[in-house]
Design a protein around this ligand. Structure first.
Ligand code: 8X3
Length: 249
């Protein structure tokens, strides 16, 4: 019998690539997101017997609960939750940011992720399922302008580890995936549609692609039931760290 994954933020980037790969490997997918047209396109591409679109804003707890309560029975038993929905907004240093950008990142990357996870825990425990959370290299490695985004991703990583402690003995597995530079809509969102900044970010960089992340997630989900990958950090070869900066006053 095929397994079912719920993938949040499946309208583009990592989420859409992951939905495609899991369906290709025989999984059923509940794909969530705000943009109905994008999810409908995925349904047309992958088949309504394989992918169910659940349209809601991940930050709207009631809408999320309603949508998940009305899933058709063939999609309602979750084996895997992929918490992919998340975003970065802005690249400015902390004194210059727009506070609403920080609020949106915290509401989405932290609060919404924690709320949907807690909501699905009973189902995941019942089926000895798995949770894969999308964190980031920014969880470990600070960089200028990463401020609140990095903070939210550090939460995701530590929350994943904390879940593992609390789920001890249930058989539920939890993994934190921590990608570096990956070419996706993410950067257009971060720069608020600045195509030039997008092009400059990826120019000559041979960045990771959403399909690379999808392959990583599928590999994690394919491990035997006694193996828990705690975390995987991955970067393109072209990306490394900067030296410490010393301010000389
Ligand atoms: C974002 C990773 O390297 O683009 O999660 O800042 S990076």
């Amino acid at each position: 019998m095929s397994k079912t994954a719920l993938i949040t933020g499946a309208t583009a980037g990592f989420g859409a690539a992951t939905a495609r790969l899991f369906v290709r490997h025989g999984w059923k997918v509940v794909a969530t997101g705000r943009r109905r047209d994008r999810l409908d396109e995925l349904v047309r591409e992958l088949g309504e017997e394989n992918l169910f679109p659940a349209v809601f804003d991940i930050r709207d707890e009631n809408a999320m609960k309603e949508a998940l309560a009305s899933l058709p029975s063939e999609f309602s038993e979750m084996d895997l939750l992929i918490n992919n929905a998340g975003l970065a907004l802005g690249t400015k240093p902390a004194p210059d940011i727009q506070l609403d950008d920080w609020r949106i990142m915290i509401d989405t990357n932290v609060t919404a992720l924690a709320v949907i996870t807690q909501h699905l825990l009973p189902k995941l425990i019942e089926r000895q399922g798995m949770i894969i959370n999308l964190s980031s290299v920014a969880a470990h490695w600070p960089y200028p302008g990463g401020n609140c985004y990095g903070g939210t991703k550090a939460f995701v990583r530590q929350f994943s580890y904390g879940l593992r402690c609390d789920l001890h003995g249930t058989g539920v597995r939890v993994t934190s995936i921590e990608p570096g530079l990956c070419e996706s809509e993410f950067t257009l969102v971060r720069t608020k549609g600045d195509q030039k900044a997008y092009d400059e970010t990826y120019k000559g960089a041979k960045a990771l692609q959403p399909e690379d992340i999808a392959e990583t997630l599928f590999w994690v989900a394919s491990q035997p039931a006694h193996i828990n990958m705690n975390s995987i950090e991955l970067m393109p070869v072209s990306q490394t760290w900067n030296p410490f900066r010393i301010y000389r006053g």
